[in-house]
Ligand binder design. Structure first.
Ligand code: GLU
Length: 443
């Protein structure tokens, strides 16, 4: 049997790093075992789900390089949910309830004030047929609750080890709303069954849902998939991820110039004791992936680490890979190789492109020195040896060395005090621009 994994976002927003981590881990596991990866759009919430977000999620996964083998939408599957509903009803596992939201809230508050757990009291189970008919005559439509077995449900979790959840302390969950629409639980289980999902990997916020899902799987006569619940991502100081610390959407990271492989490299290992290595390709991340390496302790996401990884990936990125990412006309391999070591995000290449190809304001402190240096610029075509020859000549002729020699030349030629190796920059800037800048001109 093919192992099957799924990533099941709700298209009610764009993906953020926490979602991306779940998508990636499901994808990696699928690749590792030669299984399949299903993208399931949980779009049953008609008010909050939009086509824009559904497409946005696909674009973002595409950008990360996480191809899916199959795309499913819950909005296409109402007939299957209806069939499961009938089956559970016939099995006596669903019962109609007529309480309004306010009535339920009132009960809840009363239980809390008596220091009782706010668990649904199952009073709808005791309704007689006449009472139900009377509610229906009033125009009330029932919502349907799943009758939980009040037992301890346990499973061997791929991340958390043995997990036990006592369902006796849980409310019977509502599976179908009074307008007939199913809530998350039923579609999720029905899809996992119908699509042959063998592994469910999701956030630890779903641990108690899993206990009740296991009961629904059983009630529908299905096998139980393997489960893994990953701890949620935390900020670098162990608190919840704030917007500034990286709970931002993937598209914000993309727009800020991050390379998808920096995100993949980090998220694939975060929360394990394995080293995070800068990887240029997903295939290199699959190799060391092992779900059992993930710890149940919260994983800390540090944007500074992401930035650092991104820089490391760019510093080694070959021209073949970089050229499609540079949104600049006319760039060359020589340009890329010269500047890649000096950028943290791809967008910063623009600044260096401006230096070699556009116009800049030279920084000039001693024009007389620059004028004399200009006269010593080697004749003929400039190449990577020219800088050495030139600065040696300047040093010997003018008796200036070290920083006092290199800094004024760099500042005049690039308008900056730091940057890529000048032997490469001089070639890229070219003689005409170099001479104009040495003369202090905007060029
Ligand atoms: N749409 C659900 C969520 O985003 C899916 C959870 C699951 O993986 O079952 O939380």
């Amino acid at each position: 049997m093919t192992a099957k994994f799924r990533f099941a976002p709700s298209p009610t927003g764009y993906l953020h790093v926490g979602n991306a981590r779940l998508a990636l881990i499901n994808w990696l596991y699928a690749k590792k075992v030669g299984g399949e990866f299903v993208l399931r759009l949980d779009d049953t919430d008609e008010e909050r789900s939009t086509e824009e977000y559904a497409l946005g999620i696909q674009e973002d996964l595409d950008w990360l390089g996480l191809e899916w083998d199959d795309l499913k939408k819950q909005s296409d599957r109402s007939a299957s949910y209806k069939a499961a509903f009938e089956k559970l009803k016939a099995a006596g596992r669903l019962y109609p309830c007529y309480e309004s939201g306010e009535e339920l809230e009132y009960k809840r508050k009363r239980q809390l004030s008596r220091k009782l757990p706010p668990v649904y009291d199952r009073s709808a189970l005791k309704l007689t047929d006449e009472e139900k008919a009377a509610f229906e005559a009033e125009g009330r439509k029932p919502h349907w609750r799943f009758l939980l077995d009040q037992e301890v449900v346990s499973w061997e979790d791929d991340v958390r080890g043995n997990v036990e959840v006592d369902c006796a302390s849980m409310s019977d969950p509502v599976l179908i709303r009074s307008d007939g629409r199913p809530l998350y639980h039923l579609p999720s289980v029905v899809d996992d069954i119908d699509f042959g999902i063998s592994h469910v990997i999701r956030g630890e916020d779903h641990v108690s849902n899993t206990a009740l899902h296991i009961q629904v799987f059983k009630a529908l006569g299905s096998e139980i998939p393997a489960f893994a619940h990953l701890p949620l991502l935390m900020g670098p100081d162990g608190g919840p991820l704030s917007k500034r610390e990286g709970s931002q959407s993937l598209r914000e990271l993309r727009d800020a110039g991050y390379d998808p492989m920096s995100i993949n490299s980090l998220l694939a290992r975060l929360g394990t004791s394995d080293n995070v290595e800068a990887r240029g390709h997903l295939s290199a991340v699959i190799d060391g992936f092992d779900i059992s390496r993930f710890s149940r302790a919260a994983a800390k996401f540090d944007p500074a680490e992401l930035k650092n990884l991104n820089a490391r990936i760019l510093h080694e990125m070959p021209w073949e890979q970089a050229k499609s990412k540079l949104d600049l006309d006319g760039t060359t391999e020589a340009f890329w190789l010269a500047i890649r070591g000096n950028i943290d995000v791809i967008g910063e290449a623009r600044q260096w492109w401006q230096v070699v190809n556009g116009e800049i304001n030279p920084i000039v402190e001693d024009q007389a020195f620059l004028d004399k240096a200009a006269e010593l610029l080697p004749d003929g075509e400039l190449d990577v040896e020219s800088w050495k020859a030139w600065t040696t000549a300047v040093k010997e002729t003018l008796g200036v060395k070290g920083k006092s020699l290199f800094m004024p030349l760099r500042q005049a030629l690039t308008g900056q005090s730091h940057g890529p190796e000048m032997n490469n920059m001089l070639v890229l800037i070219g003689r005409d621009k170099a001479l104009a800048r040495l003369a202090g001109k905007f060029a």
